[in-house]
Ligand binder design. Structure first.
Ligand code: CMP
Length: 140
């Protein structure tokens, strides 16, 4: 089925000037960008996004990292977009990521791991509406 998923190009990948190369991977895999913007998140916006991790030991570092520089948030649309994006990203820890995946190629650590992608249909819906109003999404 056609799905939508939320993708974030994280501060490490933006700092590496890899925005274009990462978006090219999505597009070459058949995913379409139907919304996109660059943001510099503050603690509230990053903490709210990762609210499900609030009790995890890495939460403060995660929020600190996600507010350390600008990010690019996008809505990707396509056939099985949620799973396809996760395949393109590779494992959360770049050390475990398959060769040729975004995290294998652009990330070194589990904290600075280049990209985020929604992990289920439920999180995709929440995460997309966390960043985008309906009038900011352009069906195509
Ligand atoms: P992301 O998919 O954005 O979701 C939560 C982020 O927390 C994850 O990517 C990692 O960058 C970061 N993180 C740091 N430590 C861990 C950990 N032990 N397990 C999962 N995620 C972690």
């Amino acid at each position: 089925a056609t799905e939508r998923t939320l993708s974030i190009i994280k501060p490490d990948a933006v700092a590496k000037n890899a925005i274009g190369e990462i978006i090219a991977r999505f597009e070459k895999a058949g995913l379409k960008v139907v919304a996109a913007k660059m943001l510099h998140l503050d603690n509230d916006k990053a903490g709210g996004f990762y609210a499900e991790h609030k009790e995890r030991p890495f939460f403060n570092d995660l929020v600190g990292f996600m507010t350390s520089g600008p990010v690019v948030v996008q809505v990707l649309e396509g056939e099985n977009a949620i799973a396809k994006n996760r395949e393109l990203m590779g494992a959360t820890n770049p050390k475990d990521a398959e060769p040729g995946t975004i995290r294998a190629d652009f990330a070194e650590t589990i904290d600075a791991n280049a990209v985020h992608g929604s992990d289920s249909a439920e999180s995709a819906e929440r995460e997309i509406s966390y960043f985008f109003g309906n009038d900011e999404i352009c069906p195509r």
